[in-house]
Ligand binder design. Structure first.
Ligand code: BEZ
Length: 416
């Protein structure tokens, strides 16, 4: 069994729980919620919404390297929609899901199916940077209001900014930009090796690091293919050979699980400071690697499970209750995506006939999120994020998790 198969296999039990929960929540919230889970069209009851159904199309990966990310974002969106009874602006919200998979062809086909066959009112999702970029022109020319809930491609906030697209997650530049100088000045690293999945999100992360880290690099970047299913020893041994004083990592999903398991088995990270953008040590990964977690790793991200705010504690408790596991950053981005949709639909009183007005309402949404203050940057349509610098610890109550050691407030993509 390959690394990716083992990881997905270990997740199967959780999926059964998740489906079990969705059934339960549907019966609790009534027929409208059942429809929102894909159960078909339902005539609203006397006290339910009387406006036309609002069809939300979701394009997220439910297979391959980022399957767990897609599942978490979906859970987060659904959690928020359940909280408001799956309705806003007097319209019942019904969710339709398609698998983004990995390739741009699959992601474009998934989008077209939702737009042309299901006639959705809006699209939310996209995990992979190239998939957000590949869909951008189609969504824009078809005037489809869209919220990107993960994919960090910088260009979406820059040259390819679209009137029809907002992003609730991050640009690839954001979580890493404060980290280059932190690694150099606060951690004192002088000879770093960059380790990242070899595709645009990895390359943009490396570029962002280079903007604020001015020290030496120990060797050429270590860049395994995205969704690597071979022997990770090939890549881990390059780190040992380069003998850096620290590494800066961008990996996520099964890539991070495969990398951390092998690095631990070979003892490759024992004398190296491990740093990175926080995806490689997020709760989805920590739940899979167990005692092979790189305790002491320092990472930058716009959320941490341990954030001590009312909004975050409420979110974490609701998510645990619903899904019987802790959320991760992807679930939080999904939850905020659900909130942006609901607030905007309420603001226009359910009237989305004029996409320009609906999009203006989306852009104006601001609230106290589990991540901290949430608002969009009008110049880029990208969320302005806090970046938390986190240290991986083994907490007596929470197990392996990231505690916040510093905060950089209001990090906005430069837009060029
Ligand atoms: C991306 O492709 O943009 C991405 C994927 C996973 C985590 C973060 C970014």
């Amino acid at each position: 069994m390959s690394e990716i198969e083992r990881y997905l296999d270990s997740k199967l039990g959780e999926d059964v729980d998740r489906r079990g929960f969705l059934k339960l929540s549907a019966s609790a919230a009534g027929l409208a919620a059942l429809a929102a889970c894909g159960g078909g069209t339902v005539t609203p009851g006397p006290s339910g919404p009387t406006g036309a159904e609002f069809k939300l199309g979701i394009v997220l990966p439910y297979s391959n390297v980022y399957a767990e990310l897609g599942s978490s974002i979906t859970n987060g969106i659904q959690l928020y929609l359940n909280k408001v009874g799956n309705q806003a602006g007097n319209r019942k919200i019904t969710v339709f899901k398609e698998d983004e998979k990995v390739s741009t062809d699959d992601a474009v086909a998934a989008t077209k199916k939702l737009v042309e066959q299901t006639s959705v009112d809006m699209i939310a999702g996209y995990v992979l940077s190239p998939n957000a970029v590949a869909n951008r022109d189609y969504l824009t020319s078809n005037k489809v209001p869209t919220i990107i809930a993960n994919a960090g491609a910088n260009v979406i906030s820059r040259a390819k900014k679209s009137d029809f697209i907002y992003r609730t997650s991050f640009s690839n530049w954001q979580p890493t930009h404060p980290m280059g100088s932190y690694v150099q000045d606060k951690l004192g690293l002088k000879n770093v090796l960059l380790v990242y999945a070899n595709y645009p999100a990895g390359a943009e992360t490396a570029q962002s690091f280079r903007e604020t880290y001015t020290g030496k690099f120990a060797a050429a970047d270590v860049a395994p293919p995205l969704g690597y299913t071979g022997d990770w020893a090939v890549w881990v041994s390059k780190i040992t050979a380069a003998n850096p004083d620290g590494i800066y990592v961008f990996l996520s999903g099964t890539d991070s699980v495969g990398f951390l398991n092998k690095a631990n088995e070979l003892g490759a990270l024992k004398n190296i400071k491990v740093t990175g953008s926080g995806f490689f040590v997020e709760q989805d990964v920590l739940g899979s690697v167990g005692d092979r977690a790189p305790v002491g790793a320092v990472s930058g991200l716009h959320w941490a499970l341990t954030l001590d705010t009312k909004e975050n504690k409420d979110f974490v408790a609701a998510y645990r209750k619903a899904y019987n596991k802790p959320p991760d950053v992807f679930a939080m981005d999904g939850y905020d995506t659900g909130r942006v949709l609901v607030d905007a639909l309420n603001a226009v009183k359910g009237d989305t006939k004029d996409p320009t007005k609906f999009l203006a309402a989306i852009g104006a949404v601001s609230f106290k999120s589990p991540r901290g203050d949430f608002k969009f940057d009008a110049a880029t349509h990208n969320v302005i994020n806090p970046v938390y610098i986190r240290e991986l610890v083994k907490d007596p109550q929470l197990g392996y998790t990231n505690k916040v050691v510093a905060t950089v407030a209001g990090v906005a993509d430069p837009g060029k």
